[in-house]
Design a binder for this molecule. Structure first.
Ligand code: PRP
Ligand code: URA
Length: 209
């Protein structure tokens, strides 16, 4: 079974409190999504392999460690996942970026695919799938299915807000995929929105409502 890391760090909790507030405007919302994503990236990359290198400082030789040349990819689920990408790239600038376009049908809540473009060598990369919301889990499961069809074997899921239903669904469908989530909320409501959540992440990032 996969591991679920709920990142209850004080800085993340503080930023989440502002992010969730319905009075927070689009500019601040976007900035906070980025800041939280950066903090989450720090945790989600914790187990990346490193290799020893010797560095000459002005004083002496130092035994240091660099990332062991592992190829990384960030895969946002459109639209809202786009809000997490730049902050991830600030920390891992050589990562490649692929896009998976999915929207939830408002009636069935099932994901509908409309665009996908992945790096050619995606199957050789450690992949970080990013999406602020993990609600029913349908979008995350469809994105991971698609990545596995393209040969991906090492996949980490990153969500800002999840709920027990979504976490369980992803774990059941993809027990090999670890989940990093800033907060696991109480439940889904009858419209499959996360309670208390933050509303519609895409609309709040892009100011479409
Ligand atoms: C939101 C969110 C996730 C999905 C989560 O996207 O960004 O992708 O819903 O719900 P699920 O776990 O039940 O699948 P949405 O479909 O609203 O599209 P958008 O990002 O284009 O607004
Ligand atoms: N998508 C969102 O943006 N918010 C939710 O609460 C559920 C799905």
């Amino acid at each position: 079974m996969s591991v679920v890391h709920e990142l209850n760090h004080p800085l993340i909790q503080h930023k989440l409190a502002i992010l969730r507030n319905k009075k927070t405007g689009v500019k601040e919302f976007r900035e906070l999504v980025g800041e939280i994503s950066g903090l989450m990236c720090y945790e989600a990359t914790r187990n990346l392999p490193t290799e020893e290198v010797m560095v000459q400082t002005p004083v002496a030789k130092a035994k240091c460690y660099k990332l062991a040349g592992k190829k990384l990819a960030i895969i946002p689920i459109l639209r809202a996942g786009l809000g997490m990408v730049d902050a991830m790239l600030d920390l891992i600038p050589s990562a490649k970026v692929g896009h998976i376009g999915l929207y939830r049908d408002p009636e069935t809540h099932q994901p509908v695919e409309y665009y996908c473009k992945l790096p050619e060598d995606i199957g050789k990369r450690q992949v970080f799938v990013v999406d602020p919301m993990l609600a029913t889990g349908g979008s995350a499961i469809a994105a991971i299915d698609f990545l596995k069809q393209h040969g991906c074997k090492q996949i980490i899921m990153m969500n800002i807000i999840g709920c027990p239903e979504g976490v369980k669904a992803v774990q059941d469908a993809h027990p090999d995929v670890d989940i990093y989530v800033a907060a696991i909320d109480e439940k889904l409501n009858e419209h499959a929105y996360i309670v208390p959540g933050l509303g519609d992440a895409g609309d709040r990032i892009f100011g479409t409502k």
